[in-house]
Design a protein around this ligand. Structure first.
Ligand SMILES: [Zn+2]
Length: 299
């Protein structure tokens, strides 16, 4: 049952203690988080993420490399621009810290193996989608489409090059269906099943809701996002992602609606935040959660 949590020892491979690996993963995550800030800030405005270099949003002064150290620079400068002293959002160090923590968690749960870079890229994409949806209520196609292509490519290449053990849904598929097919074809079939479970099921729910209630319940962005998530994680973890997302979304939704003054207003909740969080939880702990659940309740 521990297929997805395929712990290859960092210590055995590098000779350094696991803690060193965790710290490296955290620091690397902080640096990636610094880049994600640029993505989160610029992609919704359709700006290039490469040019120009980072500048203060108020006075446009370019940010010096020594003022661009994740978390530290913001803390040392007291959350203010060195040049014009206007406040710089705490979102910047928060995204850096969060990405660092998530990268450390991914390293801890996935292990030091061929799937680690894939899981880190996936986590970084989820962080950027979560924050863009929170700020702009959109999940941009320029992120969700490449995520889908990335997932399909990984599912095609990885089982051939590294073996099937990183994709537990391959082992859960009935062997008789797949007899005689090459592993990449099996993996592609599982990726499509996962995409349908993730994106397709959301789309069906959204359509039903629209027919029954006459209101748009879900954006197509959510569907496109879950197509990519499902293709990579497989149908079991895709459904778990939606379940975890819906559960946390409903919980937060109740609080938001309860606090809302105008009770007739339809609460606008960017669902991508919760789907992204659910997908991250499914990547990190999904296989364990499913194993625990089936051992506890399905015997
Ligand atoms: Zn400034």
């Amino acid at each position: 049952m521990t297929n997805f949590i395929f712990l290859s020892s960092f210590e055995a491979i590098t000779g350094m203690p696991e803690l060193v690996g965790l710290i490296i993963a955290f620091l690397f995550g902080c640096i990636v988080g610094s880049f994600l800030n640029v993505v989160i800030h610029r992609v919704p405005n359709e700006q290039s993420i490469v040019f120009p270099n980072s500048a203060c949003p108020s006075c446009k002064a370019p940010i010096k490399p020594y003022d661009n150290i994740p978390i530290l620079s913001w803390t040392i400068l007291g959350g203010k621009c060195r040049n014009c002293k206007s406040a710089i959002s705490a979102r910047y160090p928060a995204v850096e810290l969060l990405t660092g923590i998530i990268f450390a968690l991914v390293f801890w749960q996935i292990g030091f193996n061929a799937f680690l870079p894939i899981a880190l890229i996936f986590a970084a994409v989820m962080v950027s989608l979560i924050f863009i949806d929170a700020g702009h209520m959109i999940l941009p196609n320029v992120i969700t489409y490449p995520l889908f292509v990335f997932s399909i490519l990984v599912r095609l290449v990885y089982p051939v090059v590294f073996g099937a053990e990183y994709f537990p849904d391959l082992q859960y598929a009935p062997a008789s269906w797949m007899n005689g097919y090459p592993v990449w074809a099996m993996s592609l079939a599982c990726a499509i099943a996962g995409a349908l479970a993730g994106g397709g099921s959301l789309w069906v729910v959204g359509e039903l809701w629209k027919r029954l209630r006459g209101v748009e319940a879900m954006g197509l962005g959510d569907v496109k996002m879950m197509l990519g998530v499902g293709a990579l994680l497989g149908w079991r973890l895709a459904l778990l992602s939606i379940f975890l997302g819906a559960f946390s979304g409903a919980l937060i939704g109740v609080i938001v609606i309860a606090k809302q003054k105008d009770k007739d207003m339809q609460a606008q909740i960017p669902f991508g935040i919760f789907l992204g969080t659910g997908s991250l939880l499914a990547l990190l702990f999904g296989e364990r959660l499913i194993a625990w659940y089936s051992n506890s309740f399905l015997i």
